[in-house]
Design a protein around this ligand. Structure first.
Ligand SMILES: C[S@@+](CC[C@H](N)C(=O)[O-])C[C@H]1O[C@@H](n2cnc3c(N)ncnc32)[C@H](O)[C@@H]1O
Length: 308
């Protein structure tokens, strides 16, 4: 219905179309620059957090994962198990399609390749035979893509040594598929948020762009963050990306709203949930106006206190 605005929970089940959401916000190469820059900001922060940032462990729970996997590409290198959760059944089905390599699954490969580049791909030195025409022969494993070959760094006795950079994006996809062990329903407005599902205390709870959509007001947002902190081990990390000044966003022709948040409200809610903010990076990036009205983004890493 024209002009209708939807809000978290049940309306997502009726109105949210995963493919519309994915093509609008995650068409990495072919979509608008604003959406691409936001994805790059997310991937850069996630890469930093899960490589040099010291966040890792046994279990990561992604809350409000939607139909997306980009937010888990760096984490899958440093967690034994990832539990992906969302409110909306069709989002969980879309995620399952990707996990099962269904032919209709969304193609995440441009984003996976970008993460592999952030991680430096892999540089290897190959000793290769020279062919009778004097060309170096390089054999690559089936799941690697050649990115760069340097000038020879050495040559002796019919063999030449080359520095080669290969992209291992398919290996990365396989690793993420292995690491996501469970896909569960969640509702952050309910206690417990994962219903009757038994999950171990998490080393990390990650939630990207979901709480501001799931919660209609600040009190609900604050209560939801307390529930998320309740899923963490003492000393575990909360990693979140929040749309600041959020008013609404479009999923195909449907308009969804949520809670308008400022940086201070986010930080205070995290602290009052028993977590210490370790890092808070806010940027003035906004989505294309036709898709989403917001005023910047905030990436936060926080740690749950020992006695909470
Ligand atoms: C904007 S999407 C974010 C999806 C994904 N995390 C991303 O980064 O693109 C918002 C998500 O919040 C979820 N959501 C809505 N209400 C919720 C609730 N009560 N509990 C948990 N998730 C909810 C929706 O199903 C949707 O997947």
């Amino acid at each position: 219905m024209e002009g209708k605005v939807y809000i978290g929970g049940e309306e997502y089940e009726k109105e949210f179309t995963p493919k519309d959401y994915l093509t609008t916000y995650y068409s990495f190469h072919s979509g608008p620059a604003a959406e691409r820059e936001i994805v790059k900001f997310s991937l850069q922060n996630l890469h930093q957090t899960f490589s040099t940032g010291g966040v890792g462990g046994d279990v990561l729970i992604d809350i409000g994962c939607g139909p997306t996997i980009y937010q888990l590409l760096s984490a899958c290198e440093v967690f034994r198990e990832i539990i992906a959760t969302d409110y909306t059944p069709q989002n969980l089905q879309e995620l399952q399609k990707w996990l099962k390599k269904d032919p209709g699954a969304y193609d995440w490969s441009p984003i996976v390749q970008h993460v592999c580049e952030l991680e430096g791909d892999s540089m290897c030195i190959l000793g290769t035979e020279l062919s009778c025409q004097g060309l170096a022969v390089i054999s690559l494993a089936q799941d690697t893509k050649l990115r760069r070959v340097s000038k020879p760094v050495g040559a002796a006795g019919g063999r030449v040594t080359l520095a080669v950079t290969v992209s291992r994006w398919q290996e990365k996809e396989a690793k993420l598929r292995r690491t996501i062990t469970r896909v569960l329903k969640c509702d952050v407005t309910k206690t417990p948020p994962l219903g009757s599902a038994q999950v171990p205390p998490a080393d990390c709870v990650l939630t990207f762009l979901a709480m501001e959509c799931a919660c209609p007001d600040v009190d609900t947002y604050r209560a939801a963050l307390r529930r998320l902190a309740g899923l963490l081990k003492p000393g575990g990390h909360l990693v979140t990306l929040v749309t600041l000044g959020f008013q609404h966003y479009m999923v195909g022709p449907k308009k969804f709203t949520g809670v308008y948040l400022e940086k201070e409200t986010v930080e205070k809610a995290i602290q009052d949930a028993g977590c210490q903010v370790l890092r808070c990076s806010c940027v003035s990036l906004s989505y294309s106006e036709a898709y989403c009205v917001n005023d910047g983004l905030c990436f936060v890493v926080a740690r749950k206190g020992p006695g909470t």
